[in-house]
Design a protein around this ligand. Sequence first.
Ligand code: KIV
Ligand code: ZN
Length: 387
Amino acid sequence: MLHDPNRIYIFDTTLRDGEQVPGCQLTTSEKIEIAKELEILGVDVIEAGFPISSPGDFQSVVELSKAVKDPIICALTRANTKDIDAAVESLKHAKRPRIHTGIGASDMHIKYKFNSTREDILERGVAAVKYAKKFVEDIEFYAEDAGRADVVFLAQMIEAVIAAGATVVNIPDTNGYCLPDQYGSKIRFLKENVKNIDQAIISVHCHNDLGLATANSIAGIQNGARQVECTINGIGERAGNTSLEEVAMILKTHQLGYYTNINSKKFYELSGMVSRMMRMPVQPNKAIVGKNAFAHSSGIHQDGVLKFRENYEIINPEDVGIDQSEIILTARSGRHALKHHLERLGYVIEKINLDEVYERFLVLADSKKEIKDDDLLLLMGDGTERN
Ligand code: KIV
Ligand code: ZN
């Protein structure tokens, strides 16, 4: 199939890799609610679950397949017929089903997880793809722990699974080990050395153990990957997966020439929904969707942003579904921020001795973490003229 070389496909695994996190389990109806929002967001693929893992997960894939029509619905399996049979059955209502099968590719996994050999593992991977292909056209193969795998063996494996019918090849940095240039080079090597690579899409699936999941995913794209596996809020195993909102906003902000189908204005709302349902708070300083992502608290930054938003904001908050950035009043704020809030509350600045109010504001601010509207009203007293 011909693909636009600049189109980046977004594969959301919030409901599979994200939902594996202890305490984040969802009911089927919660998963459906999130999946419908992911559909509106514009993701291309929803990984709905790992059907063999439990009857509940199996049923969720069945129900999501019925409820969601536009994105591809994907089910995870290991490289064995039992897992694949369960996935095929769970996807029977999906308009666009995909099976995501695979096996470990690093020598560590081959030896210590499978107690096997490269030759045997390669054969098992190929057999799984061929078996799944009998039932479903769209087969994604994952080479688990590819980040630590020998690149020549990885290339051999990828070539063999594409020849067996894989339409997408996933190169996971399962343990979040790689540096961006290492991961990018691995993708480039596959692009340049796997003979049939143009018959498949290369997918990146990065974990965040060293805080590099997003950087590695972008490096993968810049070296030839065209699908990114990610989750809302970067939720996922251990330190998490690549954050969907970060990837989408990097591509948009840097105008690297790639585009996605994502409507970024949905990010803030969806982030809150996933956080609430999964009982997983979003850290305040989380890029794009954290509470402080568009909050300015130091006087220098507040003055700069009030003069010209772009001085201290590289993203328009409206683009991610946040009405406006916040100017937080603290003891680090300057006169400009105080004036901004007083005007917002309707005070006529020309009729105020701003220096005198500012002195009193600082005394109050030193005794509190943050100055809210009520504090300002008290500070100004009843007699001060307002519009
Ligand atoms: O991190 C990983 O390798 C995975 C695979 C199952 C795709 O989640
Ligand atoms: Zn993963």
